[in-house]
Design a protein around this ligand. Structure first.
Ligand code: DWN
Ligand code: ZN
Length: 412
């Protein structure tokens, strides 16, 4: 590969150091999924290869190239608080923590806009967040502007002090040095503390054909088995798990504590068995076929239903649309007029690679003929919103081999 300063090749598994990484998805060279741009921005867009491999020794799925994290995260536009479904998920988690310990002190890693900590505060819990993004407004939530790492954890253990609960939602997959990250969690956690780590699980990704969740930010695609190995190396143990099939396309919550040799729950055994039965060589091969089929069918559907608006200027939309363009020699950007998004910071920007305009959704959506849902994980909420604004056209959803339905039938 041409040596490019913001990209580094990743040759050894980040859990077990094995060099036996087998590629099972190659999406070519792609723009960075969250690099939304101002139309007048004259700087060249950064790109990097998007190649997914699995470790034949410990099973961790991981990208074969690592993009410099400062390029990805220092100026981050994604604000989790704009998704109502996410609020509900965070409320439930805060309730669970408060029920366990009314005065728990929480450290929220990759706290983004502070949504979770604000909810915790309303329940009498206290704590602080850690996040490297410099531009995200987290209001009055105490926030350390840094990446989570062992050195920082040592400082935090000293001041503000060890915590009862560490929460790390949708961040472990983004971390290159997993050992340092998990050791940091072990360091800041009290002896009796619990770490709650959430990230999309590999099984639904493969089963849904959700290849659009594969992008440069997501360096690893976790499942329980490699996590148990990585946690053990940091002195932690996974004692319980919970699946959220509808969250971000299928999220797993892992509960960890210091490794005191205690037994783990039935759920842990059940998930291990399910992984052993599901994550077979055939499953990875099927996934490659699903992706090919999806891209072919989606290209045809988009041509048939043009002009189309997309909804959700998600990172996933960047992958999906750029992969479509790469796979379809007859691709025409004008098939897609614009991408709607409710996030004020994204409106007025252009999408990476294709330069499609991002707009606030129209107050009256009755003139929109066809809508491509490019945040499929939030499809129910998005459909509710657009129907309430008069949308009666065709809904196109990319997962599960592409579905095309009238608005009145979609997801009803
Ligand atoms: O791990 C990550 C996940 C959790 O979030 C990141 N690396 C970045 C991000 O990925 P994403 O951009 O694909 O996430 P979302 O939450 O699927 O993005 C949805 C987009 O759609 C956001 O830009 C917000 C937007 N949206 C909207 O405009 N109206 C979402 C909903 C639910 C809505 O009603
Ligand atoms: Zn490995």
């Amino acid at each position: 590969m041409e040596s490019v300063s913001h990209v580094r090749e990743h040759t050894h598994c980040r859990v077990c150091q094995s060099a036996r990484l087998e590629t099972y998805l190659d999406l070519g060279v792609q723009p960075l999924a969250n690099a939304f741009r101002k139309p007048e921005d004259p700087t060249p867009e950064l790109t990097a290869p998007l190649v997914l491999a699995r470790c034949l020794d410990c099973g961790l799925s991981q990208l074969k190239h690592v993009v410099d994290r400062d390029v990805l995260y220092r100026h981050y536009l994604y604000a989790s608080g704009h998704s109502a479904g996410w609020w509900q998920h965070c409320r439930d988690l805060a309730d669970e923590i408060a029920a366990l310990q009314r005065d728990a002190v929480v450290c929220d890693i990759a706290a983004n806009d502070g949504t979770f900590l604000k909810i915790c505060r309303n329940r009498g819990l206290s704590g602080y967040g850690v996040d490297p993004a410099l531009d995200i407004n987290s209001g009055s939530v105490p926030m350390i502007r840094d990446y989570w790492h062992l050195g920082l954890a040592v400082e935090c253990r000293f001041f503000p002090g060890p915590v009862d609960v560490v929460v790390a939602q949708n961040v472990l997959g983004h971390v290159d040095d997993v050992q340092d990250f998990l050791s940091g969690i072990a360091t800041v956690l009290k002896e009796s503390g619990v770490a709650i780590i959430e990230c999309p699980h590999l099984i639904p990704l493969l089963e849904n054909g959700a290849f659009d969740t594969v992008y440069h930010e997501h360096l690893s695609y976790w499942s329980l088995s490699p996590l148990i190995t990585a946690a053990g190396l940091a002195g932690l143990a996974v004692f319980d798990v919970k699946m959220f099939p509808d969250l971000h396309g299928g999220t797993c919550r892992y509960y960890l504590s210091h490794d005191l040799g205690l037994p783990c729950s039935e759920n842990v055994w059940a998930l291990r068995e399910r992984e052993a039965a599901t994550l077979t060589p055939g499953a990875y091969a099927d996934f490659g076929r699903i992706v090919k089929h999806t891209l072919g069918r989606l290209s045809r559907v988009l041509r048939e239903h043009a002009p189309i608006y997309a909804y959700g200027a998600s990172a996933k939309s960047t992958v999906l649309l750029n992969a479509l363009k790469a796979a379809d020699p007859e691709w025409c950007s004008c098939n897609i007029t614009a991408v709607f998004d409710d996030t004020p910071g994204k409106q007025g920007m252009w999408t990476p690679g294709l330069g499609l305009p991002i707009l606030a959704p129209f107050d009256d959506m009755s003139q929109v003929g066809a809508l491509l849902i490019t945040a499929e994980n939030w499809a129910p909420q998005i459909l509710e919103k657009v129907r309430a604004r008069g949308f009666t056209g065709t809904v196109i959803r990319p997962w599960h081999g592409v579905t095309v339905e009238a608005a009145c039938h979609a997801l009803s």
